[in-house]
Design a protein around this ligand. Sequence first.
Ligand SMILES: Nc1ncnc2c1ncn2[C@@H]1O[C@H](COP(=O)(O)OP(=O)(O)OP(=O)(O)O)[C@@H](O)[C@H]1O
Ligand SMILES: [Mg+2]
Length: 811
Amino acid sequence: MYLPTSGTAKEEAAQEEPDCLAKYFSVVWCKASKKKHKKWEGDAVLITKGKSVILKDMEGKDIGRGTGYKSKELDSLDEGQTLMVGGKEIEVMGVISADDFSSGRCFQAAIGTHDTVPTALSQTNMKPFCKPFKSVCQPSTKDNVLRDSQSYKPRHDPNASNSLVMPKPNASHQWTFNKAGLPMVDVVVDPYIANNLRPHQKEGIIFLYECVMGMRVSGRFGAILADEMGLGKTLQCIALVWTLLRQGVYGCKPVLKRALIVTPGSLVKNWKKEFQKWLGSERIKVFAVDQEHKVEEFIGSPLYSVLIISYEMLLRSLDQIQAIEFNLLICDEGHRLKNSSIKTTTALTSLSCERRIILTGTPIQNDLQEFYALIEFVNPGILGSLSTYRKIYEEPIVRSREPSATKEEKELGEKRATELTRLTGLFILRRTQEVINKFLPPKKESIIFCRPTALQLELYRKLLSSRVIRSCLQGRLENSPHLICIGVLKKLCNHPCLLFKAIKEKSCDPMSDEHDESSLYEGLIDVFPQDYTLDTFSERDSGKLQVLVKLLAAIHELNSSERVVLVSNYTQTLNILQETCKRYGYSYTRLDGHTPVSQRQQIVDTFNSKFSPAFIFLLSSKAGGVGLNLVGASHLILYDIDWNPATDIQAMARVWRDGQKRTVYIYRLLTTGSIEEKIYQRQISKQDLSGAVVDLSKTSEHIHFSIEELRNLFTLHEDSSCVTHDLLECNCMGKKDHQNPSSEKSSVSRSCQLGQNQGKTNSKKPLSMSQLMQWKHFSGQHQTLADPFLEKIKENVSFIFQNVTSPTSFT
Ligand SMILES: Nc1ncnc2c1ncn2[C@@H]1O[C@H](COP(=O)(O)OP(=O)(O)OP(=O)(O)O)[C@@H](O)[C@H]1O
Ligand SMILES: [Mg+2]
């Protein structure tokens, strides 16, 4: 049976040798060449016996034979060793039991349909198991006991202190994925990377490992890592990818050959940098697609095992990407896949890769249909069809939250929500900032209520008395005029000149058919001074801008080496802020939706560098903020507010994150008594809900306003120094410095707590912002503010809330 070469008498004799002397190996093969980086062409089975070998392809066909080897050499054949068989070179991947050979099991795929071998990517340093960890492997079946256990050893020492060892699969997993009966070997995260991991990151890597190996939900390989911003989702994925590219529990066979990382364009370079930061440049070669580096280059080169590409570029090169076999797909900032009908989702779904990970720092918000789309992407079919899902989960849950729901409906909705959370919780992991707080410097957060100027007040009153707003309040909401009104009021709060500009543009545009907007502006122009022009806006016209100017001056004066991130969600507002920087001679840099993606990382790197000339980083958080690290700054000012608290939290997390060494100051500017306060109040009440892994409440983008709510929104409170404080019914009257001591853990009623009393953070429950709010608060007139920065701006400030988060408050 085992003919070494051609049919000589000697070979015939060899054939008669008892079978037990034969040994079997799983191998990869390629044509012999002197190249350092082999391009392996396929899997095969190698049979050795005496001095002869036979090579069979995975269909059992002989593809090579050889004889005249030294018996000793064949006897000691081991993983990672190479051998010439005829004109082919082979590399041994693992040992196959006689049983698996005779049953034919070894010709079946070992791990699912995407089983891989370290083929084209094998580099010379890729011998899977090196000294000194001999014989730590664990035979998985009785058969294997007889096998040469020396062959299977973990790549890294599982018993070393601080080692991170992946859990072993259970019997059913082994039955399904280890048909060849290969011995189980500890999968150990490279200590080079493991030594740097935070505890929550180690847990995260184990979680991801179990998900993509199908150990958490049978037959499912998807995961959603929804850790809050800045917890190092990138690093956790890098550790996972690196581990799986080199190791595998069954016979040491690496699980991955290639991984694909899809990310917003602004983060492509950052991913590459993080790979280098955590693994150095010699361990792994990652390929980042950009203008100069096309997908073709990745395809043509055997060096790379990881491809990083932007969502936009992926769409453009979809055909090429589809042709490459990836064994793991990671979608960074993956909440963009929440709509299953958009192109990006369809494109990514079309990739055959089963192991899919979504990374997102924002809670998988609020909308049950979006939630379904994300789940469906990572684990298709797990929640049944969309119509079943709607019937079983969405409808009862939504119904139970309506005010008119009956007791039974409420109960049913709650049960379904619990079940949905349980089911999806198996493959969704979300940790909050709390886990990292103790590693971060203190954060001082101030909400600064800025008095509106006389011009703002007058325009505001005029707008509120307009016909459009009055008709909104009578319930005429077709064509959503209320959304236009909200937008206009927000503009006014930022600066009246934005409103002036809009009026001018509207009046110059005779084609405009937006009747509501034009009529909203009626008579407004008369409120502006006669000589008002767009060229020279004055900071004296905007309450917030006045405060901002003073604040920047205070930071510049008191802490000249510190830098500021200045955030707005509007390009036009950023223009005003930029102009202000120019006027005061502050050097700045800017990143918004118009910044070419190829330049973004460089702008960020330059700013973060010690030698950055820029004092201010102007950032449009909605357009380009996600995922950015701006730890070069320690002050962050939110100039305007978004309905969605996640947008603002996203922005704040740019500076208060791992790597930040200084105390961080966050300032949120709100116009007193205006719509901005209302939006803020809504944010806070919303955040109480968004703490859950899955927030099942409605998203802010689809806000439905009752007439009552609109009435509240379209009211200007001119007499209050802080409506938010008034609402708390706090007894301090804002007259003196008031603070709820954080030691007041179990106080049942707090006179001044935003939202309900939440007690001390329950570590099992994700942290919501209201739980963090041990706010100190005082009116702007307060004698001493005990804060050097606020002291310098208080003239224009009517009220301040302040909260300090420091490592000690978590111990
Ligand atoms: N264990 C660690 N030790 C030191 N720095 C770390 C560690 N983990 C992560 N970092 C750093 O923290 C920063 C934030 O990490 P990363 O960008 O991965 O966060 P993220 O979870 O992706 O957040 P986002 O949702 O904002 O994208 C990075 O600069 C990263 O290098
Ligand atoms: Mg990220």
